[in-house]
Write a protein that binds this ligand. Structure first.
Ligand SMILES: [Mn+2]
Length: 176
């Protein structure tokens, strides 16, 4: 748990009316689950903010999790906060237009060799980015809202990235 980094990211989320969420190319259950899970939590909590998930590719085998958002004009990015999840290096980001965002923050469980954002919350021992989104929700559960849809997205990534809770990175916290 890195409550300071989490708080900085929550403060940035509060500061912006427009938030765009990104993930890595050729997404897996964790990339799609964490980004859609966070989008749902933020839409429920802040109905007046615009929260979009804008990526350039998709993977058929995670299509059961539903569609992402339709492309927008480039100007749209300029006033947005970008949140990149589950992506270790900037060249792995699915949508290169992330760079047009006014500010970009990163949430990830991959080793931070080459930080590409000023604000980041990286915990490489976590079994999934979805576990981090769940932890983010729990840390601020007095302010944030969640529903079954968001929980289902988050659970999908926790199951798939942890090899059904078998990998070493799984802890008691993962289960809780
Ligand atoms: Mn992952």
């Amino acid at each position: 748990m890195n409550i300071e980094a989490m708080k900085r990211i929550l403060d940035k989320i509060k500061e912006y009316d427009r938030i765009i969420i990104f993930r890595h190319k050729r997404p897996d259950g964790d990339a799609v689950g964490s980004t859609k899970g966070l989008r749902e939590i933020l839409r429920l909590t802040y109905p007046k903010k615009e929260i979009l998930l804008l990526n350039s590719d998709y993977s058929d085998y995670v299509s059961f999790l539903g569609d992402e958002d339709a492309p927008v004009d480039d100007e749209y990015y300029a006033t947005a906060l970008g949140i990149v999840i589950d992506t270790a290096t900037s060249d792995r980001i699915s949508n290169p237009k992330y760079a047009l965002c006014r500010e970009v923050v990163r949430i990830d469980h991959h080793i931070d060799n080459n930080p590409y954002t000023e604000i980041s919350w990286v915990e490489e021992h976590k079994s999934s980015a979805c576990e981090m989104i769940a932890e983010f929700y729990y840390a601020f559960r007095d302010e944030l809202k969640i529903n079954k849809e968001a929980a289902t997205y988050i659970y999908t990534g926790m199951v798939t990235d942890s090899g059904r809770f078998r990998f070493r990175s799984v802890s008691g916290d993962t289960m809780r």
